[in-house]
Design a protein around this ligand. Structure first.
Ligand code: FES
Ligand code: FES
Length: 150
């Protein structure tokens, strides 16, 4: 079945089954590989994108649930004020180790700053608790979010 989905402001037509996960469409059909596959079960956060600004696990989001919603991915988050500030803070504080989880981390952090421009440690822990980092960069992630908020 044909679907037209708006990703980073650009409409894309794809012909897939309606239960195809958005993550599959992004990576395998559109070549947008910045969004990562981790668990495939909404448990790790590596696949986080924004759907109408809300952080969403694309591995469990079927394409037929998206409709006219606007999708934002890591490829375009740097064009938002929050994403730009976060990416700069990430670089300044050298947050990344292997990097695999980090696009999902930044997408969750960007949604947090859009709704809560000056988050507390508790706000950050709540917003980021679904994003797993096997390299243990949590302390630097928290510091970078505070820096971006400043
Ligand atoms: S790959 Fe989607 S939450 Fe882990
Ligand atoms: S930086 Fe390696 S999993 Fe997070």
């Amino acid at each position: 079945m044909a679907f037209t989905i708006k990703i980073n402001g650009i409409p894309h037509e794809v012909d897939v089954d309606g239960d195809t996960p958005l993550l599959w469409v992004l990576r395998d059909m559109l070549g947008m590989t910045g969004t990562k596959f981790g668990c495939g079960a909404a448990l790790c956060g590596a696949c986080t994108v924004h759907v109408d600004g809300a952080p969403t696990r694309s591995c469990v989001t079927p394409i037929d649930s998206i409709g006219d919603s606007a999708i934002t991915t890591i490829e375009a988050i740097g064009e938002t004020p929050q994403g730009k500030a976060l990416q700069q803070a990430w670089l300044e504080l050298e947050v990344v180790q292997c990097g695999y989880c980090q696009s999902g981390q930044i997408m969750s952090a960007a949604a947090l700053l859009a709704s809560t421009p000056k988050p507390t440690d508790g706000d950050i822990d709540d917003a980021m608790s679904g994003n797993v980092c096997r390299c243990g960069t949590y302390q630097r992630i928290r510091a970078a979010i505070h820096r971006a908020a400043a």
